[in-house]
Design a protein around this ligand. Structure first.
Ligand SMILES: C[S@@+](CC[C@H](N)C(=O)[O-])C[C@H]1O[C@@H](n2cnc3c(N)ncnc32)[C@H](O)[C@@H]1O
Length: 225
């Protein structure tokens, strides 16, 4: 594995601990009305992938995005999942095997340090992961360098909506502490950083603004009319 940043080391520590029950933990959001599957579907749709495309899934975790990404790129496409936690990647590998996918490469790396695949990628997606580090703008800039002209970067994030009272922010952090969420994380604005750095394609809010989805591309000529 490449070098580890302080945030990468923290993420590895947290996710090594919870890798075995990350997927069941996500079920706890369902009775709260959080529709993560729907938000993930919108993220993958927003990438506008075509059969044969290559997509990088940053902080891929246990591979929750894999089924949708695999359907979008088809057997001729390629999915590169990057995560700092070997335990999470092991589950992603099991998921890929269970789906019979042989076009998934899994890389154990800190995405704050990872050199990346060169300018060869059609899309980058990041679900619930970029905001774990204050250096997310650097990752967005770096990932823009991996994308071919017209390539898209989509990020789904959880954040405290503007104007939330401090007690509610504290409650949100407490609820999500098991996922390594720290107070500073949910005040970060990954969506704004992405849309400022790339040409905006679209921006959505879910669950009253607690979840944001931003998609940008590297070439304004490819913007939909
Ligand atoms: C909340 S989980 C999200 C996993 C997956 N994207 C999903 O949607 O279910 C965050 C993931 O990001 C990974 N992660 C966090 N910071 C990272 C970093 N700096 N480099 C690589 N992976 C990181 C963690 O190991 C964890 O698997």
């Amino acid at each position: 594995m490449s070098r580890l940043s302080a945030d990468g080391a923290f993420a590895r520590q947290v996710y090594t601990r919870i890798a075995g029950y990350y997927d069941p933990l996500l079920w706890l959001f369902v009775p709260m009305g959080v529709r993560l599957g729907r938000y993930r579907a919108a993220l993958v749709d927003g990438l506008a992938l075509a059969p044969g495309d290559t997509v990088v899934d940053l902080g891929c975790g246990t591979g929750r995005n894999l089924p949708r990404l695999a359907r979008a790129v088809g057997p001729a496409g390629r999915i590169i999942g990057v995560d700092v936690s070997a335990g999470m990647l092991e589950r992603a590998r099991r998921r890929a095997d269970a789906l019979g996918l042989d076009n998934v490469s899994l890389v154990q790396a800190d995405f704050l340090q990872w050199a990346g695949p060169g300018r060869s990628v059609d899309a980058v997606c990041a679900a619930l992961t970029l905001g774990m580090s204050g250096d997310y703008p650097v990752v967005i800039d770096r990932a823009a360098g991996w994308l071919r002209p017209g390539g898209r970067f989509g990020a789904l994030e959880m954040q405290a909506p503007e104007g939330w009272p401090a007690w509610l922010v504290r409650a949100g952090v407490a609820l999500n502490r098991v996922f390594g969420v720290r107070p500073e994380q949910i005040t970060r604005r990954v969506d704004q950083a992405l849309l400022a750095r790339l040409t905006p394609v679209y921006h959505r809010y879910y669950y009253g603004g607690v979840f944001t989805l931003a998609v940008g591309c590297v070439d304004e000529r490819t913007l939909p009319s």
